[in-house]
Design a binder for this molecule. Structure first.
Ligand code: FAD
Length: 304
């Protein structure tokens, strides 16, 4: 009888199922709010480590970010993480936002410099009375609230404004020295870029988790424009997979799930055990990809 070789497991056999976190953006309309809460209800039983809510460019969603975070605290067992940037606000205003978060029980902030007020590609000018850099913001939070966990950004392809990788990693090191506990990466599609960046970061003596940020491309064309402006390269092989699907949203969705699932499964096989998903406030692809990572709904969450 011939021996049958079992198929390779999806996740490294020695690993327990990975830890995950989800990113949402604050809804603009009542309908978007309803849809976000459906998404949260579907994803909550996957027991993410935390769920983060972004802060619109220039602080444009300050109140909406706050109210989404507050509702997460009130109505779910999830751990919310509030994004916060230095843009367009004096130090006192930012400190006030942090104080409000601390008062309602928020213990996790994703601290960022933010994009220039004139948009990506223009020169960044710090507010004259504001936090000058993301590292200053991290320090400002940690000095007053040591019990707030702070996550920061990381750029496997370096940030577009960084002179070179050394300058980029200098900033990451400064954020870690100021008290950052974890970095979440900008979206990337080529895993080699992540591993090469990780080698550089570890060679620099930075030991915090560098959690890969994964974005399922629900709408490839729109997402490509957005991520390219933020410095992420979109490989030709990826564009080719969506070729001819502009008017076929169903197939695009299947392709997007397959691509992102392939990416996380390969990362997991190489020992990556924590993932951050840019959900775009949609549950279906992220739920499917989490399932393929071996993550199953557990527990009863009181979400929404
Ligand atoms: P930093 O980490 O402070 O800097 C990134 C790099 O840019 C540094 O390594 C440094 O080398 C270089 N750099 C910084 N400042 C300068 C300078 N003045 N001159 C030259 N080089 C410089 N944006 C939002 O508005 N709201 C959000 O909620 C949000 N969430 C994000 C979450 C994640 C996980 C990531 C990866 C990004 C997010 N962003 C968000 C985008 C982010 O604000 C932009 O990429 C912004 O341009 C940089 O902010 P940062 O904190 O990542 O930068």
């Amino acid at each position: 009888m011939t021996e049958v070789t079992p198929p390779a497991p999806d996740v490294h056999p020695g690993l327990k199922s990975p830890a995950i976190s989800f990113e949402f953006f604050p809804p603009k309309t009542e309908e978007m709010e309803r849809s976000l809460w459906e998404t949260i209800k579907r994803l909550a039983p996957l027991l993410p480590n935390f769920v983060s809510v972004t802060y619109g460019a220039g602080g444009s969603t300050r109140e909406r970010t706050h109210s989404t975070i507050a509702r997460l605290l009130r109505e779910t067992d999830l751990v919310p993480a509030a994004h916060l940037t230095c843009v367009g606000a004096a130090r006192g205003e930012i400190d006030e936002i942090v104080a409000r978060y601390h008062e309602i029980g928020v213990r996790h902030i994703v601290a960022l410099r933010g994009d220039p007020a004139g948009g990506i590609g223009t020169a960044y000018a710090a507010h004259p009375d504001g936090y000058k850099t993301s590292a200053d913001l991290v320090a400002g939070i940690k000095q007053r609230y040591p019990d707030i966990e702070v996550s920061v950004s990381a750029y496997p392809e370096k940030h577009p404004e960084s002179r070179d990788f050394d300058a980029d990693i200098d900033m990451l090191a400064a954020k870690v020295d100021a008290g950052a506990a974890r970095a979440i990466t900008q979206v990337f599609f080529d895993n080699d870029l992540y591993f090469r960046y990780l080698d550089r970061v570890r060679a620099r003596g930075i030991t915090i988790p560098i959690v890969p940020g994964i974005m399922p491309m629900h709408n490839f064309k729109q997402a490509r424009n957005f991520v390219t402006r933020a410095g992420t390269s979109v490989p030709d092989w990826l564009a080719q997979k969506f070729d001819g699907l502009d008017d076929d949203a169903d197939t695009r969705k299947l392709v997007a799930a397959t691509v992102a699932a392939g990416q996380v499964q390969k990362l997991a096989k190489h020992g990556v055990d924590t993932f951050h998903f840019y959900t775009m406030n949609r549950a279906d692809l992220v739920f499917a990809i989490s399932h393929l990572l071996g993550i199953r709904p557990r527990g009863t969450q009181k979400a929404a």
